[in-house]
Structure formats: C-alpha cells, structure tokens
Design a protein around this ligand. Sequence first.
Ligand code: NAP
Ligand code: ZN
Ligand code: ZN
Length: 348
Amino acid sequence: MSHTLGYAAKTAKSPLAPFSFSRRQPGPHDVAIDIKYCGICHSDIHQARDEWGGSIFPMVPGHEIAGVVKSVGSAVKKYKVGDQVGVGCMVDSCRKCSCCVEGLEQYCDQGSTVTYNGLERDGKTPTYGGYSNHIVVDENFVLKIPANLPLDKSSPLLCAGITLYSPLRHWNCGPGKKVAIVGLGGLGHMGVKLASAMGAEVTVLSQTLKKKDDGFRMGAKHFYATSDATTFNKLQKSFDLIINTVSADLDLTAYLSLLKIDSQMVLVGVPEKSMPIHPFPLIMGRRSLAGSLIGGIKETQEMLDFCGKHNITSDIETISIDKVNEAYERILRSDVRYRFVIDMASLR
Ligand code: NAP
Ligand code: ZN
Ligand code: ZN
C-alpha cells in the first residue's frame, strides 16, 4: 500500500480538509500516476454534500485528473514513465456486458467503478478521487493527453469535455445544425467550444448577459439571457439540439418549445430534485427529451485527440487546494470562469 495525501469531506456537512490514506500497490496492469492538476466539477459538490443520496464518507472527490506516469506494471503496454495522462469519471467496469464490449462502459450493466464515491469491483474497497497527489489505475481506464495540450487546462476535458462531446456526437452536431447550450459553466463552456469546432451554429442560453463576450470568444454566434422573458418568444422552434448543463431546476417545458420539430433536448445537468414537464411541447413537435452520461473510454480518447487537433482546452482559474471550499461557494454562485483547477503542488 502506498501513502497518499488528499482532501476529503468527512460528512455531508463538513468542509473538505486534509486527509491521508493508502492506495493499492500497482499490479501488473496498473499505471501509477503523479497527479499534477484536478478540475472541480459541480458533481463533486453534489456528492460531497450528499445531494443525490448514497454518498460514501470520507470522500476524496475529483474526476478530472491530469498527471504524469510515475511507474507502470510489468504487463502495461499503452503507457510508459513520463507520459502525460488523464483519468476521468471511471476507473473500471465489468468489461464483459454488451455496453462494456461496445465501449460504453459508463452504462455498464453492473455499474462502472466510479473514480470516487464508489466501490472497487470487490464491492468493498472505497475509491478515492483526484483531490490527491497520486492514483493507481488499470491502464485500460487511463487516457493519453495530447502532447500539445497543457495539463492544467486539459484536466477539465476528462469530465466536462467528454460529457458534452458524447451527446454532441450522438445527436449529430455538425455543419448546418443549430445547437443551444444552456448554462455557461464548466460543462457549458466546453460545449460551446466543441460544438463550434464541429461546425455547428451555437447559441448560449445563460441566466444573464454577463458572460456574453466570453461566449462569443469561445465560438458562439448568439447569446441570450433566460431571465429575459422575450428570449423564449424570440427563439420558438429554433434549434436542432439543446444541451442543458444546468445544475438546478429549470422550466423544461419552456425550453422544449425552443426545439424544431423532431429535435432533441439532452439533459446532462443533474439537479437535486425532480423537474415536472408538460407533454404538450413534446407532442406538438414530435420532440424528444433525452439524457447522457459522460462517455466511454474509447470516445474519451477520441475527444482528447479532437481537442489536440483543434487546440481546445478549458478556460481555468488555478487554485491551491486549501481554497477548495471557497471555490465550491463560488461555483454555487455561478462565479466561475469557467473551471477551477487545483494545482496539486500546493498539497503538502
Ligand atoms: P457549473 O460550472 O456550476 O455550471 C452550471 C451552470 O448552470 C452555471 O454556470 C450557470 O450558468 C447555470 N445555472 C446555475 N444555477 C442556475 C439556475 N438556478 N438557473 C439557471 N441556470 C443556472 O457546473 P458543471 O460542472 O458544468 O456541472 C453542471 C451539471 O452537470 C451539474 O449538475 C453536474 O453534476 C452535472 N454533470 C453531469 C454529467 C453527466 O455525465 N451527465 C457530468 C458532469 C457533470 P449561467 O451563469 O450561464 O446561467
Ligand atoms: Zn464531473
Ligand atoms: Zn459492463
């Protein structure tokens, strides 16, 4: 077992604080990674505060991990010492069910092993995430970060990036498509960059116009405030695809009416409570409402390679780990431009 330093939430009510724990010794198929940076995803807050239920404490959050390979097991083929690598939301899965075989490990029949707030395949060893100085992961769940991308700005690609890339690809984002991204936070800003790099005409639907210039710089062609009621009248039947990244309840019925006929709204944001919808906007335009969870390992690598090719990374604000609780409060106020990333050199 090797000694690891991190930050953990001891209960749903306590702030994150220093925590030391052990990781397994690397086995033949494992890669040991020195974590350099870890992004802060809104899901870290939902889970550290047990907003979705079933949280396992103590919890070391973090699933936007970027680092450098420190050592590899004897059977490891894909990585060598010194490679720049990433780990996202999953560290294992059953590897046998039809989803796993198809590269959709996030939908594993038996449930994938999530990077934190989960249990290893043995069903009893808790997983601890990336707010820590090192991690040991099977090579099949490690990703290669393209050499031209800096590690700090790439860490958010491992969750925010793939969570938008996967539905954009699945629902055929591309030239000629009008795509709306709801919420310009960590996920949303990656959605704007990715969808515009795929060739779509992108609209941002944000609560206010405060982030307008940023949205245009990221590639959006249009930007509307959802606090302005006229927005919903103006944009009736406008979009081929809407991706909703908002972490709070929304009036989904109003957003559905912004879709063209036969088009989809995809939910990736996960609020604490259920949200009611009226069937009319679905019925009146043969529209559909869907959801999407991160992306599989193969697709995550494809996304990283796409970002390498198009030079896409996240807009970040780097913090030392002792500022993590403050960062959580700022995320909750939508005061993030556009992802906090923890510099793990600050962990001592
Ligand atoms: P984030 O950085 O906090 O961004 C969320 C954005 O939503 C905010 O920046 C804000 O954008 C908007 N927003 C917040 N509160 C709102 C409200 N009350 N009404 C309307 N808009 C509001 O969070 P994130 O890290 O992008 O994560 C977003 C959600 O996705 C979270 O619920 C997270 O758990 C979930 N998630 C899902 C997956 C998946 O696989 N499906 C993966 C990762 C995260 P504006 O300021 O522009 O309005
Ligand atoms: Zn996440
Ligand atoms: Zn499986």
